[in-house]
Design a protein around this ligand. Structure first.
Ligand SMILES: Cc1cc2nc3c(=O)[nH]c(=O)nc-3n(C[C@H](O)[C@H](O)[C@H](O)COP(=O)(O)OP(=O)(O)OC[C@H]3O[C@@H](n4cnc5c(N)ncnc54)[C@H](O)[C@@H]3O)c2cc1C
Length: 435
């Protein structure tokens, strides 16, 4: 029987291994720890949580709540382990990280279809089906191999994420659509500021609390992903020549060029998500909400993704991957986890399940598949494989990834409930059709 190679025993790798093994396939799971470790991992356990111990909300009206409900329907080992090792955390699913990793390690070690090889992989095996799930801290040697294999430009070592807001939470009466010097049509939503508004925004930005950089993240600033607050520290005028530059933009309501302008760009084809251009930041999440809501039009904006800057290895998935997670240039190779440009524990694990399903199907000579785009997993897969490859940055689960309801539904909670129930129904239908 054909052996499936899985590289990386993190959240995505264990899901892929577990799923393929459950389908009766022989799996070889490579994990480099403890021989070689990453700057964030501390143990030799599989599926170690490197930072917080929460996997997000429980209720299906929260994005990660829906994602986990879908994963459970797909037989997720990570969700099973999280439920068995949960600690009280209000509306969130938080875990005892030691017990969580122990539970998963034991399940994988005791699985007769899985062989664990504790070795660093430095290249993709030439033959056979392989899932690459080496995560945000992929080893240097393997990163170097991937750069050569995929192309110099297609592997990123840092993310520089600008916040994204839900389009339906913006006050459009204060903004206008248009591009600088009229080039490019209505590509940008412009939020104009008066001098007083800029002053207020600038002062709030300067006073806001930041997340400290870890040592291994410091190099990032030299790679052109300067946080907005760092730019502001260089002087009050700096932002007016950077992301808040007003030149070439005329406010149709006044016929004049505003003092400053924040530009937002559509993040997906449906236009349900808008990205604050050039606003990559290390501000704490509550501070982002407080400061960025001072931008005219965003007073009540809701954030689908907050800004961040991390050491993060990820590939240019919109260019390189099919929605089935197969590599376009070699469909026997699949990618899963954070390296595909999804962001977060459950998001990474979810793509691992899909890679496991597809690795197993390919081993049987069947076609690879992906869940409907009305599901949170399907929405994530659609996003990472159809986003603009030129500005691609990682994405977490959020309701803006799903097609809007077919009918008008009043109230945010009702709308989310509708979307979540539709997602779970569509996933069940998809699973029935697969079997
Ligand atoms: C510092 C940091 C903090 C984070 N904090 C959070 C958080 O609080 N909440 C959240 O939701 N997400 C967080 N993330 C993001 C992300 O969700 C997690 O990193 C998640 O673990 C990703 O899952 P993964 O399976 O893709 O990668 P990982 O879980 O990192 O697994 C990858 C595995 O591959 C192994 N490996 C790497 N290279 C090789 C190689 N060449 N050969 C063999 N094995 C290899 C690694 O040792 C590791 O075990 C954080 C990321 C980082 C870097």
């Amino acid at each position: 029987m054909e052996l499936i190679n899985i590289i990386g025993g993190g959240l995505a790798g264990v899901e892929a291994a577990y799923r393929a093994a459950k389908e009766g396939k022989k799996v070889r799971l490579f994990e480099m720890r403890p021989k070689k470790t990453t700057p964030a991992h501390k143990t030799d356990k599989l599926a170690e949580l490197v930072c917080s111990n929460t996997l997000g909300g429980i209720d299906i009206t929260t994005p990660r709540g829906l994602l986990k409900a879908e994963m459970e329907k797909l037989g997720s080992l990570v969700v099973e382990a999280a439920k068995k090792t949960a600690v009280p955390a209000g509306g969130a699913l938080a875990v005892d990280r030691e017990k969580f990793a122990d539970y998963i390690t034991q399940k994988i070690e005791s699985n007769p279809n899985i062989e664990i090889v504790r070795e660093e992989v430095t290249e993709i095996p030439k033959k056979g089906i392989t899932v690459v799930a080496t995560g945000p801290l992929t080893s240097d040697k393997f990163s170097q191999f991937l750069r050569e294999y995929l192309g110099e430009e297609e592997l990123h070592f840092y993310d520089a994420i600008s916040p994204i807001v839900y389009a339906d939470t913006i006050d459009y009466s204060k903004c206008f659509w248009g591009s600088r010097y009229g080039k490019g049509g209505d590509d940008y939503l412009n939020c104009p500021m008066t001098e007083e508004e800029y002053e207020r925004f600038y002062n709030a930005l300067m006073e806001a609390e930041k997340v400290p950089l870890k040592d291994f993240e410091k190099a990032c600033y030299f790679e052109g992903c300067m946080p907005i607050e760092e730019m502001a520290e260089r002087g009050k005028q700096t932002l007016l020549f950077g992301p808040l530059k007003p030149v070439g933009l005329i406010d149709p309501r006044t016929g004049k060029q505003p003092f400053a302008v924040v530009q937002l760009r559509k993040e997906n084809r449906e236009g349900t998500l808008l990205n604050l251009v050039g606003f990559q930041t290390k501000l704490k999440y509550p501070e982002q909400k407080r400061v960025f809501r001072l931008i005219p039009g965003l007073e009540n904006a809701e954030f689908a993704r907050y800004g961040s800057i991390h050491r993060n290895t990820f590939i240019n998935s919109p260019k390189l991957l099919l929605r089935t997670l197969q590599l376009k240039k070699n469909p026997e190779v699949l990618f899963a986890g954070q390296i595909t440009g999804v962001e977060g524990y459950p998001e990474s694990a979810a793509t691992g399940i899909i890679a496991g399903i597809n690795a197993s199907r390919l081993a049987e000579g069947k076609e690879a598949v992906y869940p409907p785009e009305t599901t949170m997993i399907g929405g994530l897969l659609k996003y990472i494989t159809t986003a603009n490859p030129k500005s691609f940055q990682p994405m977490n689960a959020n309701f803006g990834l799903l097609p809007p309801p077919e009918k008008r539904i009043k109230g945010k909670l009702n709308r989310r409930k509708y979307l979540a129930e539709r997602a779970l129904r569509d996933l069940e239908k998809w699973l029935r059709e697969l079997s």
